[in-house]
Design a protein around this ligand. Sequence first.
Ligand code: NAI
Ligand code: NA
Length: 399
Amino acid sequence: MKLIIKPVIKSNICVRVHPIGCRENVKRQIDHVKKEGHFEGPKKALIVGGSSGYGLASRIALAFGAGTETVNVSFEIPPKGSSKTGTAGWWNNVYFQQFAKEAGLSCKDFVGDAFSKEMKDQVLTYLKEKVGKIDLLVYSLASNRRTDPKDGVTYSSVLKSIGEEVRGYTIDINNLSLKEEVMETATEDEIQSTIKVMGGEDWQWWVELLDEAGLLADGFKTIAYTYLGSEATYAIYSDGTIGQAKKHLEMSAEKMTKELKEKYDGEALISSSKAIVTKASIYIPIFPVYGAVLYKVMKEMGTHEGEIEQKYRLFKDMIYGDKRITDVKGRIRPDNLEMEEDVQEEVARLMATVNNDNIQEKTDIKGFVEDFLRINGFCFDTVDYEADVDLEELAKLPL
Ligand code: NAI
Ligand code: NA
């Protein structure tokens, strides 16, 4: 049976995705990297969370920019029957593989729970048998839940503020309008659970297991992503529950870097990325309005970047090149353009006055929603959305 796939959005989640559009999303990122050119990078990399957003862009930048062999672990859902489309990340993996193989690049995908011990064992076995020592581990997970195999408890992360609630707006994607939203305050228990899910504990465990298995090469690097932001987002991000988890991530990096330095002349890094639309970021209360205003300001100034521009620049210039931008804490800052004073001043000015009557003029809601549709495979002028898609046929594509 064939199917015409249109976006269906419920509470800002796209419940259907378009496989051919996901292919286009991957292809455009590959084309960007090919146009920008080759750089010297790692030979072999493990990416945890490489099926969408910043993890996928990292994988593409490394594979197509530096010829890196990539092993990716992600949690995605395949299509089912003739009408369940599966998740965008599923198709991103399928088509990444297709393009990589055409280009003669080695790659492998594991789909399942990266937090589990079983998945770690499977990946370690594969690395031992087929890949050998790795030069880089990119840790780019965004999840709302983690079962810790060590105590069997399932922890849930929350996106809440600490101290005082925060009032603002979110973007209603279906109606292209603003909707009042309150970010509630977290309990101590919720803060600790969020740290369990989005902090550095699991990242560190991956590195320990790889180390014990003798799978880390000399000069090994590992990197995890954070968002630092500015006045405009402190209350909802840095000073909220997610910010506490990110501080834990930073502490983990400090610990690991000492050991990695001694043993491998390696390093554990934290990089702060620019705010962009992803499956994960769209969930953060009030963040989408900041994002839509930021898109407008940066596009007008000619400094706007998407995920692939961010990650190509990160790896080529800052991780493997000599143009590393760091802050006082040694964090790597490809978000430097977002943090420019004139950008932040203009963002603050617009955010203070935005409402439902002037939303078109004060924000780039159009571009923002377009990006949201694109990460789900919609809104590409090169894809025929009236054409039938045969999901059962596409489900046969190898992964
Ligand atoms: P995303 O939702 O696009 O990617 C999340 C990835 O994690 C996907 O590959 C997904 O399959 C994987 N994943 C989730 N649970 C998993 C599990 N249990 N096992 C295996 N894989 C699992 O999100 P995004 O935004 O790319 O986030 C990646 C990192 O970038 C996060 O650390 C986030 O905080 C950070 N970041 C994001 C920014 C943004 O504006 N989107 C800004 C700065 C940092
Ligand atoms: Na990601």
